[in-house]
Design a protein around this ligand. Structure first.
Ligand code: P6P
Length: 341
């Protein structure tokens, strides 16, 4: 999408969020306040990421997170920015972040009725070499809004109960894709305005796409269904014999963003090395699965809908195959035929 320079009615993220609120009868604007707080966090991180190379913000922070992954300085900055912006919004009761072992319970007077799960800077292992990274988030509404009692029962829920999800990719420009359950809209940050302006009013992922995205370095560990599916991609079995292209950035937000816009399939299977897969259910699989399905695509663990899972811990992992509907349905069919888990 493009925004003409003589545009006189730029639909900003804030204005778009309001249109979504008006579509929800009885909405009191609290999700609107929350989504805007997330937008502010994304603008701040976008600026920090772009200045990182100049501001000595590259490199390691000298600590590691719950995943045992070395934390980058920018990981920690992004995490603090979102925690503060979300707390200040006054709309959250629980925060779950990839960068912290434990849930964060928000106390009065800042407490609200939403749970936000987020990965403040996904793909940050790539950041020192300039590859796109991103923020991923998902939002649940507390089971007993206004009750004042919130617990992990408000978090350990299927992805189908999320009320909103999205990501912001810090790439050649900063792109934000967001859904509140009524389709997917895409925005581009106009740095001269400091506003996300709509560039993709209604994202529809193509039903089939000749691009497959997987870490071929793990091929020896794949199950039979994944091996067979990748062979079909290479043979162009469903593409008149024309082989698919392989595109793998190694940054989930970048690989999913391309899949949303161009079609195809992104895969992070479980394998012998990662028996539960690598990507985390709450703040990677669920938000990306919700976006993909809201855009007409599909997301599966291989044998069940991604969004139907119930995580057994806040940092639980799961296998994921997501993208164009027909591609995902093919891998599901192969999983059934080979009886793979
Ligand atoms: P691999 C980045 O570290 C990340 O969490 C995702 O953004 C990305 O899709 C995946 O891991 C890449 O993992 O094992 O292929 O390097």
């Amino acid at each position: 999408g493009t925004v003409a320079l003589e545009e006189t009615d730029p639909l900003t993220l804030s204005a778009w969020i309001l249109t979504q609120q008006h579509k929800s009868a009885g909405a009191r604007g609290r999700l609107t306040v929350l989504l805007n707080a997330i937008g502010v966090g994304c603008k701040f991180v976008s600026s920090a990421v772009r200045r990182a190379g100049l501001a000595g913000m590259m490199g390691m922070a000298g600590s590691s997170n719950v995943q045992g992954e070395d934390q980058k300085k920018l990981d920690l900055v992004a995490n603090e920015v979102f925690k503060n912006s979300l707390r200040r919004s006054g709309q959250c009761c629980i925060l779950i972040t990839e960068e912290e072992d434990e849930p964060i319970f928000i106390e009065e007077p800042h407490r609200g009725d939403y749970i936000v799960v987020f990965d403040p800077l996904d793909g940050s292992s790539n950041i020192d070499c300039g590859v796109s990274v991103g923020t991923i988030f998902g939002i649940y509404k507390a089971k007993n809004p206004g009750s004042g009692n919130y617990s992990l029962e408000d978090v350990m829920r299927p992805g189908t109960e999320m009320v909103a999800a999205g990501y912001c990719m810090y790439g050649s420009m900063s792109y934000m894709m967001i859904t509140t359950g009524k389709g997917v809209a895409g925005f581009t940050l106009d740095p001269t305005l400091g506003e996300f302006v709509i560039t993709h009013p209604s994202v529809q992922v193509p039903p089939r796409g000749a691009i497959y995205s997987i870490n071929e370095g793990n091929a020896v560990n794949w199950d039979e269904a994944t091996k067979k599916y990748v062979e079909e991609c290479k043979a162009g079995t469903f593409n008149n014999g024309k082989p698919y292209s392989l595109r793998y950035v190694g940054s989930m937000v970048a690989d999913v963003h391309r899949t949303l816009l161009y079609g195809g399939i992104f895969m992070y299977p479980a394998d012998k090395k990662s028996p539960k897969g690598k990507l985390r259910v709450l703040y990677e699989c669920f938000p990306m699965a919700m976006l993909m399905e809201q855009a007409g695509g599909k997301s599966t663990t291989g044998t069940a809908s991604s969004l139907g899972m119930v995580p057994d811990s806040i940092h639980a992992r799961a296998p994921i195959y997501l993208g164009s509907r027909e591609e995902v349905e093919r891998i599901e069919q192969l999983k059934k035929e080979c009886g793979c888990a």
